[in-house]
Design a protein around this ligand. Structure first.
Ligand code: ZN
Length: 221
């Protein structure tokens, strides 16, 4: 993008929550360190932040925070950066020849805004039309959860879930809608507590008005 020396451009991208790619931007050496090495380094970094803020790290209440945050970053809220944690693709043959739309609504989304490292909280609604394979319903939750556990931009999260489902289900007929609140918008900055952001991706048959509308109707139920 050639923005290396343009700090202002970086700030504009971050402030406006514009993602730069549908892939999570990662370096080639992202997994050179193992999990415990990452936790050790991040612990020191959190200590530095707390020290700089003037917090007393000898206080019993704060003592454990750097290690707790480091473990939480690596194992939990950013655990989805690790491709080894990607949910395994266990699909079943579509024996019933169920060729109708399957909709799973209100899948909980807990993600993190990559521009502020504050939570994105919302719901994902996912649909597909079965081709040759079907998946267990919990698999859809696990795919949503895996991609949510990364520093994210909501548009990219929507795309990544869509692409993963297409691959697993061997069909283009996939739709994903995410309705989420960004704490960086509601708790700071413009402090808009009532707004939420809706992103969607409709592919294959869902790009057709009739199929798309049928799906959106189910979301109203
Ligand atoms: Zn943000």
């Amino acid at each position: 993008m050639g923005l290396e020396n343009n700090k202002e451009a970086f700030d504009i991208i971050g402030d406006n929550h514009i993602g730069t790619s549908s892939e999570t931007p990662m370096r080639d050496d992202a997994f050179k360190l193992n999990e415990s090495e990452k936790i050790r380094l991040i612990k020191q970094d959190v200590q530095n932040i707390m020290n700089t803020l003037g917090l007393d790290l000898t206080d019993d209440s704060l003592k454990g925070t750097p290690n707790r945050v480091a473990k939480m970053f690596v194992n939990e809220i950013f655990g989805g950066l690790d491709p080894q944690k990607k949910p395994k693709a266990s699909t079943f043959e579509n024996k019933y020849q169920y060729g109708e739309m399957l909709v799973e609504k209100n899948i909980t989304v807990y993600s993190t805004c990559e521009h502020h490292f504050l939570p994105i909280v919302g719901r994902a609604h996912v649909a597909y039309i079965s081709n040759v394979t079907v998946v267990g319903l919990s698999k859809m939750n696990r795919i949503v959860d895996y991609f949510s556990k990364r520093p994210q931009v909501q548009e990219r999260l929507t795309m990544q879930i869509t692409d993963a489902l297409k691959k697993v289900l061997e069909t283009e007929d996939v739709a994903v809608v995410i309705d989420a609140t960004h704490l960086c918008v509601s708790s700071r900055g413009v402090k808009d507590v009532n707004s939420s952001t809706v992103t969607s991706h409709f592919s294959g048959q869902f790009a057709q008005e009739q199929t798309k509308n049928e799906f959106l109707k189910y979301l109203e139920l």
